[in-house]
Design a protein around this ligand. Structure first.
Ligand code: HEM
Length: 421
């Protein structure tokens, strides 16, 4: 795919959800190429979102070096004022959505220290078998049909099962969890929250319901600890620290949201990418284990499932010549940084052996760098190992139905044919 610069600089409006974010991908990429070259730190008025009041606007950081600079300096570009989404979160949202991704030190460091217990190498090692078994079961479930919806039947199943399993949520609740995470991340898309439905209410209800599910679990594990993550978070008084039930609830919501929607979209876009680049599919299939580490990084760069995160400027400063004032919002456009031609050679090429792939798909190497990056890499590797083994000819049979969002680079549906070995 090559970018098409069909919009002039002044026609580009990153806040136009119905216009800009529904453009064909070539045109969207083209607009970001124009911004990087001609106005790398551009100011936009905020979109009207319906569930929170709009602020005065934001600066869009579209070059790699500015995205990384802002990520690495949380003392100047913070996460805890308002939120990391474009609108400030209304206070009543903070109970469910005020997790560590929206916090700064010392609160962020404390939360991250505690929840990192869920992601120790030992726990991830223990999950290996679970991930492989889940991938096998998912492929078992569809292989006989010969066709399926790759998003709903395959890609969204894996991360959900793993996170729920990790947290000790029973399989009977998986559907319940998935529905609520879809609402939380897709409020701009009428397929997920009906147009006239109250987005504000839908978000609060989804948060409250997920929160209650895990609070109940926390109470049960406090009385009867097992070896699952929830038990470790509410009981183990390592360094005298543990999560309160409210913190447990917002951590769980962050995990299911951050872990599901992102990995599922990386997986879905990877099928599209391999279809569009049959020579890359051959390279990977010919030597799966050897190519997998670079292929997985390239998938995350290529897909960039999280389009952007916001930071808020804590003091007057200058970034690449642009004056910024305290209180200004900056949006870190990871998708654009990951196509920065000054950093990536041939950035529009999907190259499963891309060397030195320092993409920012998991964040710009600051303190909020994705906590689940290793897990996500495992999931992508394991699922493709299973697919290459069982249905190496798997391919999409229609164009991806894209999510309308300026936050998640999502695919809602992707019909595919499962061609066995
Ligand atoms: C391909 C899959 C994934 C992508 C592309 C992704 C991307 C991201 C990005 C861009 C951030 C923000 C980084 C920053 O602000 O510097 C983030 C943070 C986070 N991610 Fe992921 N993620 C993925 C998978 C996962 C998984 C599987 C989990 C957990 C099960 C997870 C949990 C988190 C958490 C907890 C944070 C917040 C970390 C903090 O604030 O300290 N992510 N992720």
């Amino acid at each position: 795919m090559q970018p098409k610069e069909s919009l002039s600089l002044d026609e580009i409006d990153l806040s136009d959800l119905d216009g800009f974010w529904t453009l064909p991908l070539e045109e969207r990429e083209g607009a970001f190429a124009t911004l990087r070259r001609e106005r790398p730190i551009a100011f936009f008025a905020e979109p009207q979102l319906g569930f929170a009041p709009s602020g005065r606007g934001y600066y869009a950081l579209t070059r790699y070096r500015d995205v990384v600079e802002a990520s690495r300096h949380p003392e100047i570009y913070c996460s805890g004022r308002g939120s990391t989404s474009i609108p400030d979160l209304p206070p009543e949202f903070l109970e469910y959505y005020g997790g560590m991704i929206n916090a700064d030190d010392p609160r962020h460091a404390r939360l991250r220290r505690i929840v990192s217990r869920a992601f120790t190498p030992k726990r991830l090692q223990a999950l290996e078998g679970t991930v492989a078994a889940a991938a096998r079961a998912i492929v078992d479930g569809v292989v006989e049909q010969g066709e399926c919806d790759f998003v709903t039947d395959v890609a969204s199943e894996l991360p959900l099962r793993i996170i729920c399993d990790m947290m000790g949520i029973p399989p009977s609740q998986y559907g319940f969890v998935l529905e609520r995470t879809n609402i939380i991340l897709g409020p701009g898309d009428p397929d997920l929250v009906a147009e006239r439905e109250d987005i504000y209410g839908a978000l609060l209800t989804a948060g409250a319901e997920l929160g209650e599910l895990v609070r109940e679990l926390g109470r049960a594990r406090e009385e009867n600890p097992t070896d699952d993550v929830v038990s470790a978070l509410v009981n183990a008084e390592i360094d005298g620290e543990r999560l309160t039930f409210d913190e447990l609830a917002s951590f769980f919501i962050l995990l299911v949201v951050a872990g599901n929607e992102t990995t599922r979209n990386a997986l879905s876009w990877s099928l599209v990418a391999l279809d569009e680049h049959p020579e890359q599919r051959r390279v990977w299939a010919a030597d799966f284990e050897c190519v997998a580490p670079t292929a997985v990084e390239e998938i995350v760069r290529w897909a960039t499932p999280v389009i952007q995160m916001r930071r808020t400027v804590t003091r007057d400063t200058t970034l690449s010549g642009q004056r910024l004032e305290e209180g200004d919002k900056v949006l870190l456009f990871y998708n654009s940084a990951n196509r920065d031609e000054g950093v990536f050679e041939d950035p529009y090429l999907f190259d499963v052996r891309r060397p030195d792939n320092r993409h920012v798909g998991f964040g710009g190497f600051g303190p909020h760098y994705c906590l689940g990056a290793h897990l996500a890499r495992r999931e992508i590797t394991v699922l493709w190992r299973e697919l290459f083994r069982r249905v190496p000819g798997i391919h999409a049979t229609a164009e991806p139905a894209r999510l309308r969002s300026n936050f998640i680079n999502g695919i809602k549906h992707l019909p595919c044919a499962l061609t066995p070995a």
